[in-house]
Ligand binder design. Sequence first.
Ligand SMILES: [Zn+2]
Length: 398
Amino acid sequence: MSPAAPKPKATPRGVAVPAGHPDLDGLTREVGIKDEGRDGPLVILTAGLHGNEPGGVRALRALFAALEDTPTAGRIVGLAGNLAALQNGVRHHGQDLNRMWTEDSLRALGARRPEDDTADESELRALFSIIEAERDAARGRSREVILVDLHSTSADGGAFSVVPDSLPSRRLARDIGLPVVLGLEERIEGPLLTWLVAQGDTSAVVEGGQHEASSTRDVLLASLWVVLDHARVLPEGDVRLEQARRLLRQARGDAPEVLDLIYAHAIAEGEDFAMRGGWRNFMPVEDGCVLADQRGQEVSAPLSGYMLMPLYQGLGTEGFFLCRAVSRRWLLASRLLRRSWIEHGLRALPGVVALDTRAGRILARRGAPRWMAHLLHLFGFRKNAPTGDVTEWTRRPQ
Ligand SMILES: [Zn+2]
């Protein structure tokens, strides 16, 4: 947290939220819980981890209102993320609540007294304790756990989903039907979904469109209907499901079905960054074209691909991302290879010093050639931040 950043009073669990987004008046951490005592998975739906993204909270409220008269299986829990930031209509108060889900930061949280928390840390503590209690209870009953985290973007249009490359999470995202973006775990540390998938749960982020657009709530709500159907907690043949799938097909338009995130443009704290005008999600980008200005210098595209999440307002630690389309052939091959004995041959790759396919871990000398990175991606391995001369590649449970 920067010394200049404001440190508002922390909002404890369950305290009403009056301002920021006036329609969210009276918002509490638990937006809704639906549990009729019937067997089925635990479905956790989170929204507003970023306080300037009210669309997800609106979608959650609409969902739980609609579920009142609908019989459901399993347990559905809807949670609001950064209550204090939602209250003030800001993204966060110095620390991004969707970059704090690392082992280090959660361990530090456990070792610290709650009264020493910053505003954002106290939000993390509240959310973490509810999610952990729910997951513990679900595991005790051998329930599958699915978590979907709702977001929106500062740029207009182009809804999509993001998943770490585990097969169950990929299946969930493909079912939602928006363009699926893989590879975030290599570019960003500490999002909620990466932490959950690393522990074997199924998880996806849905980015519903521009923060304040009314269509964003509708796209996110439609995604939630499909998620509940995917989790088999809804009665069969619910008419709302067909409408939801139609809306999501329209929202995808002609964007690629699956993309891999290959570049993230970082912004250091306090750095001036201004995106040049007119960029939207999934617009093609040519290598070398000027995209933004940073510290008074032009920022040009380091490679060709598709634009993702250009930053047009407010706080952010990345200015834009670039993706490339992933073919159906690649998806099929990656599904088959992860179940085959061929992966033991990865030991023979240049620079590999250790391979543990069961634990999903490879250690390789730093600076692997690009073809090798592509090959490891195919087997589901993604690169972690390098330490010294060695890079660790890990695979989420498949
Ligand atoms: Zn967000």
